[in-house]
Design a protein around this ligand. Structure first.
Ligand code: CP
Ligand code: NVA
Length: 308
């Protein structure tokens, strides 16, 4: 059977996303180590720092009976210019899957092209698909949604930078048919290319997607989701971003317009006092830390689905 990669949420059909979510919930409920991956290994290759993605994937692999292998990029010949082509072919002969966090999405695509084992995107400048599976899990848990088809009833608002997180949110909302509002300053709104891509799915899924710079679009939100204003790799724009994003901070004032049962999500790491205030982080820590925990359960479901 041909190997399959998880580079983008669009690599998954609505049916596959539903299967992954249901598996993740099942694994969370059981909390029992399994012995399905004995003798199998997952390569973990990170070009940027990571806490949740690195550790949840490593722990997930261990809990499934397999072994994570941390690849130190600085010690690899890649750092001396060995090509992605050759690296991918060679790693495929040792490993059963490869999780990569990279700056350029196209680099992960190139790895996937030449790798003969599944490549999983652990975050690029374009998408963070594994994070978003855990996020949807968290929305379902906190709003007591039993079947993903009912997610439509929940108004999700993402406010802040139009980045990898909001791109993957847009993708999952479009595929599953969710109600999503993306709010960002004009310059940082989701780009045309990704909006057009989402349109291909919206006609079928009947998702309700709104993209705006108007902060009042948080009205009646059941979920408010934010992320850092300056993602990894964009540090040179930090000063400019701070100024532009200040009105988009998630604070108690902004939450007044939301529904009374609104939860707050943040993929973490957070910068308290910038995109989210300390008091909001504290008040909504249950949902935010459950979201981080759900990475483990979602990652286990992903590994079981992709490693054959
Ligand atoms: N949310 C997330 O991906 O966290 P890390 O950068 O710590 O992996
Ligand atoms: N958008 C953030 C997410 C970190 C998990 C970044 O790319 O830095």
């Amino acid at each position: 059977m041909e190997k399959k990669d998880l580079l983008s949420i669009y690599d998954l059909s609505a049916k596959e996303i539903k299967t992954l979510l249901s598996k993740a919930f099942e694994l969370k409920k059981k909390r029992k180590p399994l012995d399905v991956f004995r003798g199998k290994s997952l390569g973990i290759m990170l070009e940027k720092p990571s806490t949740r993605t690195m550790v949840s994937f490593a722990a997930a692999m261990v809990q499934l009976g397999g072994t994570p292998i941390f690849l130190n990029i600085e010690k690899m010949q890649r750092s001396r210019g060995e090509s992605i082509h050759d690296t991918a072919i060679v790693l495929s002969r040792y490993l059963d899957a490869l999780m990569i966090r990279a700056f350029k999405h196209s680099d992960v695509e190139e790895f996937a092209k030449y790798s003969t084992v599944p490549v999983i995107n652990g975050l690029t400048d374009r998408e963070h698909p594994c994070q978003i599976l855990a996020d949807v899990m968290t929305v379902m848990e906190f709003h007591k949604i039993i079947t993903p088809s009912d997610l439509k009833k929940i108004k999700i608002v993402y406010i802040g930078d139009g980045n990898n997180i909001s791109n993957s949110l847009l993708a999952i909302a479009s595929v599953l048919g969710m109600n999503l509002t993306l709010i960002a300053p004009k310059e940082y709104l989701t780009g045309k290319e990704l909006l057009n891509k989402s349109l291909e799915y919206i006609s079928k899924s009947k998702a309700e997607i709104k993209v705006t710079s108007d902060i009042n679009a948080t009205e009646n939100a059941d979920v408010i989701y934010t992320d850092v204003w300056t993602s990894m790799g964009f540090e040179s724009e930090e000063k400019k971003r701070k100024k532009l994003f200040t009105p988009y901070q998630v604070n108690s004032e902004l939450l007044k317009k939301a529904s009374s049962k609104c939860i707050v999500l943040h993929c973490l790491p957070a910068i308290r006092g910038e995109e989210i205030t300390e008091d909001v982080m504290e008040k909504y820590e249950n949902s935010i830390f459950a979201q981080a925990e759900n990475r483990l359960h979602a990652q286990k479901a992903v590994l079981l689905h992709f490693i054959k």
